[in-house]
Design a protein. Structure first.
Length: 75
């Protein structure tokens, strides 16, 4: 399960596997990451404003635009 979460998050533009692992470690779940605002995301060690903004935008983009990434995680 953790590996799938890391794979999912590292599919976001500019987010590395290390970033994804730190995000999960800091926030505990994809849900918590998805609900976080940019300022809260910046609390994650090693995450800068560009990556925080990319993550924030990703989770606020209509589902259809992210379908290929979501489908790859669910397969």
């Amino acid at each position: 399960m953790l590996q799938r979460a890391v794979e999912f998050l590292s599919g976001i533009r500019a987010v590395t596997v290390s970033d994804a692992q730190r995000l999960i470690g800091t926030f505990g779940s994809i849900r918590a990451i998805a609900l976080a605002d940019v300022e809260t995301l910046l609390l994650c060690p090693g995450l800068g404003p560009v990556k925080a903004e990319n993550i924030h935008k990703f989770f606020r983009t209509p589902f259809r635009k992210n379908t290929s990434l979501v489908t790859s995680v669910c397969d």
